[in-house]
Ligand binder design. Structure first.
Ligand code: ACO
Length: 496
């Protein structure tokens, strides 16, 4: 079967090559490679149940004059029946498999994809990632260019949410709208005061964001676009205030109210760190660094927390509840909690001389190298590159974080080590961000909150896209049930 298929795939690429002689060689190679790897994947799938007898794929390669059907033909070896399924954007619709059954009253074929390793759950136009090449773009703009050129976080928030860069007037209006909504209701403050002095700031953040739904009950009208926009603006305006209040609460310090003359990041720094009555002067290097960190974390397509946002939002609940759920998903150490875990790991290593021993233990399966690896990036995370470079600017102001040397040595060894090279494990966004946050004076348990502030923009953009997508419905995956068959209830007295 494997041999058959490879021959088929190769001959198909030969056909494509001849057919599309007009295309450049490079263009041909890229698409032929994609084509073959995709068919190879389908082949593996087919070993158990199907024989894929023909794939007529042309969507990316074909010029307008040439028409080949974009379909895949599947033979169910259990019945010998053939099915021709359409291919759109290199995908087949999982629901199209439902027609494949042995008996008429069978439920029909499903795909089994734990952790959504190979399932596109939506069509999106917000963020593009090419994990193999280490590419990240918001609305088409490369992240490196955005980090280099954006004047403010709110400019990027506008781009992510609305799809285009704002002109000067639009930006001004947008900024003013957000600034009008930075204050929270005094009862929100009272609510926050109810938390224990040592409550985790992320727990406070999640709960308070959820509680906002009780202050704005009209938010549940999610089909009303104007209403939706009002809640989006409120949330973006208020999350830094809630985050800073959560921090001040844990320190027993009085809350500092927003200063709308400052930038998004500058105001946040002031609400966090202003002490006493003396004026707080925002350090421009730290303000810039935080702006960049916010920009880099604004969106990352269908990651764990964003998928949570979409799944929760699909029930048409209000955006405060959905955002709280997304933030909860972000909290875990495998996602937004990883930067905190990186600092704990560097503390555990303690000295540069212990790095080789630590790496050896990771390779023996005694733990993970936190801040390394990614479900999508199989190359250096482009955000990590920007952050690593920026760390030096921050350390000029704050003093060098002594853990940097351990981190650099870890990275050096890991990038040369066969274990990590083979598995394509590279530093991700969390590997260096924690070092910067710590140097800036943020406590470790506050790191996930720092992630949640900018990611609120991405969650809301994805939520909005979901609600505007006529193909979407309430999220409701299927399962493969392998539990017990029907059986009769046994009274307690008769149980063994
Ligand atoms: N250290 C050591 N080995 C690792 C690491 C790591 N950080 N990450 C993956 N591996 C190994 C796995 O053990 C596995 O090895 P195997 O093939 O011998 O079994 C192989 O690499 C593939 O790993 P998976 O767990 O299958 O990769 P997955 O895509 O499921 O996980 C994840 C991605 C969760 C990010 C993982 O790499 C990880 O736990 N990294 C550390 C935590 C981290 O930094 N998370 C932040 C991610 S970025 C973000 O969310 C903002």
């Amino acid at each position: 079967m494997g041999i058959f298929f490879l021959i088929f795939a190769n001959s198909a690429s030969h056909v494509i090559r001849n057919t599309f002689r007009a295309q450049s060689d490079e263009y041909f190679h890229v698409h032929a490679r994609n084509f073959i790897s995709k068919q190879w994947h389908i082949r593996n799938f087919s070993l158990h149940l199907f024989k894929v007898v023909a794939v007529n794929c042309s969507s990316q390669v074909a010029s307008k004059e040439i028409t080949m059907p974009d379909t895949i033909t599947i033979v169910d070896n259990r019945t010998g029946k053939k099915f021709e399924l359409p291919i759109t954007h290199d995908t087949i619709k999982a629901i199209d498999l439902r027609q494949i059954k042995v008996k008429d009253d069978d439920f029909g074929m499903m795909t089994y994809d734990p952790a959504f390793m190979n399932t596109a759950s939506c069509i999106s136009r917000i963020t593009y990632i090419d994990g193999d090449k280490g590419i990240l773009r918001y609305r088409g703009y490369p992240i490196e260019q955005i980090a280099e050129s954006a004047q403010s976080f709110l400019e990027v928030a506008y781009l992510v949410l609305k799809g285009e860069l704002p002109n000067a007037k639009q930006l001004e209006v947008w900024r003013n709208k957000i600034k009008m909504h930075t204050l929270v209701h005094e009862n929100v403050k009272t609510l926050m005061e109810g938390f224990r002095y040592d409550a985790h700031p992320m727990g406070i953040f999640i709960s308070t964001v959820a509680a906002l739904s009780t202050f704005y009950p009209e938010a549940k009208k999610v089909r009303d676009a104007a209403n939706r926009e009002a809640q989006i603006i409120r949330l973006i305006g208020k999350v830094p205030t809630i985050a800073a209040f959560a921090y001040r609460h844990s320190k027993g310090m009085p809350y500092v109210y927003p200063d709308n003359d400052l930038t998004y990041a500058g105001n946040f720094l002031k609400m966090m760190f202003k002490a006493g009555e003396s004026p707080y002067k925002v350090n421009p290097v730290l303000e810039h660094a935080l702006t960049i960190l916010f920009i880099l974390h604004a969106d990352h397509e269908q990651n764990c927390s964003t998928s949570a946002m979409r799944v929760i939002g699909s029930s048409e609940c209000d955006p405060y509840s959905a955002t709280a759920g997304a933030a909860a998903a972000l909290w875990g150490p495998l996602h937004g909690g990883a930067n905190e875990a990186v600092i704990h790991m560097l503390d555990e290593i303690a000295d540069i001389k212990n790095v080789p021993g630590f790496v050896k233990e990771v390779k023996e399966g005694k733990g993970k190298l936190m801040g390394f690896g990614h479900r999508v990036y199989k190359n250096y995370d482009p955000r990590a590159k920007v952050i690593k470079k920026m760390a030096y600017d921050v350390f000029e102001v704050t003093g060098r974080n002594p853990k940097l040397d351990i981190a650099l040595e870890l990275e050096r060894i890991a990038l040369e080590d066969e274990y990590f090279v083979k598995r394509k494990l590279y530093p991700n966004v969390d590997f260096y961000s924690g070092l910067i946050y710590q140097a800036m004076g943020f406590p470790l348990d506050f790191f996930p909150v720092l992630f949640a502030i900018p990611r609120t923009v991405g969650w809301l953009a994805q939520w909005q896209e979901l609600l505007d997508d006529s193909e979407q419905k309430i999220s409701r995956p299927r399962q493969v049930f392998l539990g017990p068959d029907a059986r009769n209830w046994v009274p307690t007295i008769d149980r063994k």
